[in-house]
Write a protein that binds this ligand. Structure first.
Ligand SMILES: [Zn+2]
Length: 131
């Protein structure tokens, strides 16, 4: 039996255990989108390290925002779910610590915001199941 090489999309999907990295929504190779963590418009590369599996909704909401700008729109609770999801993926050996760091970009001295606040464009941007 010939062993087929996995496509990059398949690898990205496995890296996040089959869910959108940003909201946890279950995805397939057909429904997933590839998000550039550092947007191409901000100098992000097409390297595997800069790519992550996201749902269409989160990908559209993130658009040209860098990770810090995007995460600023998360409620504290959503942010904690997100960080926990990333930690779990690293613990499971799915995601590299390097990529996890790119996806977090939080500084120790900044506490998570306690109150939800609106997305940067003043609208509710997310397709949330967690919040
Ligand atoms: Zn999502």
């Amino acid at each position: 039996m010939e062993k087929r090489e996995k496509s990059q999309r398949e690898r990205l999907l496995e890296e996040t255990a089959g869910v959108c990295v940003y909201c946890g929504h279950p995805l397939t190779v057909e429904t997933m989108e590839t998000d550039h963590i550092v947007p191409k418009s901000k100098g992000g590369t097409g390297d595997y390290l800069n790519k992550v599996c996201a749902c269409g909704c989160c990908n559209a909401a993130k658009a040209n925002l860098d990770i810090r700008g995007f995460l600023a729109g998360f409620s504290g609770r959503r942010r904690r779910h997100y960080e926990n999801r990333l930690d779990t993926l690293v613990e499971q050996g799915r995601m590299s610590a390097e990529k996890r760091a790119l996806l977090s970009d939080f500084q120790e001295e900044e506490p998570f915001p306690e109150k939800p606040f609106l997305g940067v464009r003043g609208t509710v941007l997310f397709c949330i199941q967690l919040c």
